[in-house]
Design a protein around this ligand. Structure first.
Ligand SMILES: [Zn+2]
Ligand SMILES: [Zn+2]
Length: 194
């Protein structure tokens, strides 16, 4: 059976790690991480900064991954960029250690643990996962983005459009004395978003 060796910038070679503390930086791209370009668009490189403590075959990896992504505002469609930054924390030990332990113990401990064969510690999956978790659920160019007017399509960041003015005017005439600034108009994003 031919064993495929892991490759890419986020694969650590165990023999290159000193006993004790190692500091290193790895730089990769969306292809290295097998990121689907239709789902996440990187605006540059993915930078991984690591502090690694090695004691024998136990390898404790702490680090930060940083990447800039291209996004489009959900409300006004304006393209913008956002820097994603996430912690990476991996404890790697020899695969043989796992195989000697009872199955229940392996299951309990497996979170955050990767197993290595004495040659490679592959952080690629961990880097991909922490980046995807950092992607915002809702992408807005700024928290108070008012989006596009549903009637005329005007970008309401640029100021109120004419249809908004007319609507406010009509309500003022119906509800005199109410605070016009505090009332919500049709087409406004819900106040609790962002
Ligand atoms: Zn926007
Ligand atoms: Zn309008």
């Amino acid at each position: 059976m031919r064993v495929v060796e892991p490759t890419g910038p986020f694969v650590l070679r165990v023999h290159e790690l000193e006993q004790g503390e190692n500091r290193l930086e790895r730089v990769g791209n969306g292809v290295d991480l097998a990121l689907d370009a239709a789902f996440i668009r990187l605006a540059g490189l993915v930078v991984l900064r690591l502090v690694i403590y090695r004691a024998g075959d136990h390898i404790d990896v702490q680090g930060t991954v940083t990447a800039t992504v291209d996004l489009a505002c959900d409300r006004c469609l304006t393209p913008f960029q956002r820097v994603l930054e996430a912690d990476v924390r991996v404890f790697a030990e020899r695969r043989e250690i796992r195989d000697r332990r009872p199955l229940e113990e392996v299951r309990e401990d497996d979170l955050g643990i990767v197993y290595h064969d004495g040659r490679f510690v592959d952080l690629t999956d961990d880097v991909r996962q922490v980046l995807l978790v950092e992607l915002p659920w809702q992408t807005v160019c700024r928290d108070d983005c008012r989006g596009l007017c549903p009637r005329c399509g005007a970008d309401l960041k640029e100021g109120p459009c004419r249809c908004g003015e007319r609507e406010v005017d009509s309500r003022w005439s119906l509800k005199s004395g109410s605070d016009p600034g505090g009332s919500r108009r049709e087409g406004d994003p819900p106040a609790n978003l962002g």
